[in-house]
Design a protein around this ligand. Structure first.
Ligand code: ZN
Length: 112
């Protein structure tokens, strides 16, 4: 059935065209078929290439999501007191108020 359906339009047209003009009309017939075949294929390929974005294979469960986000919380910074100006400062860092660290002036706060 498929062969007959495919053969009926092509062969009579080719033979009739061959009888009318030899070698000229089979070419457009083939080109027309090729263009019909290639048209949707190229469109499908273009669509598939556009849709081929990397996506997760399946939905992530809430428990997995929670486990991943368990480390995302904000940490509380432990502040120490500056021995020079007695202002709160971060440990092992230059004092933001006086600019001193371990009794030495690292940043001159008067110039700033
Ligand atoms: Zn200080």
């Amino acid at each position: 059935m498929i062969e007959k359906m495919g053969a009926k339009p092509i062969f009579p047209a080719g033979r009739e065209s061959a009888g009318a003009g030899p070698g000229a009309e089979p070419f457009p017939c083939i080109v027309g078929i090729a263009s019909l075949d290639s048209g949707p294929r190229t469109g499908a390929e273009g669509g598939s290439s556009g849709e081929s974005m990397p996506n997760p294979k399946r939905k992530l469960a809430k428990s997995w999501r929670g486990c991943r986000r368990s480390h995302d919380h904000v940490h509380v910074v432990n502040l120490s007191t500056c021995p020079r100006c007695s202002q709160p400062k971060m440990a092992h860092r230059v004092c933001g108020t006086c600019g001193y660290y371990k009794g030495e002036m690292i940043v001159d706060m008067k110039k700033l």
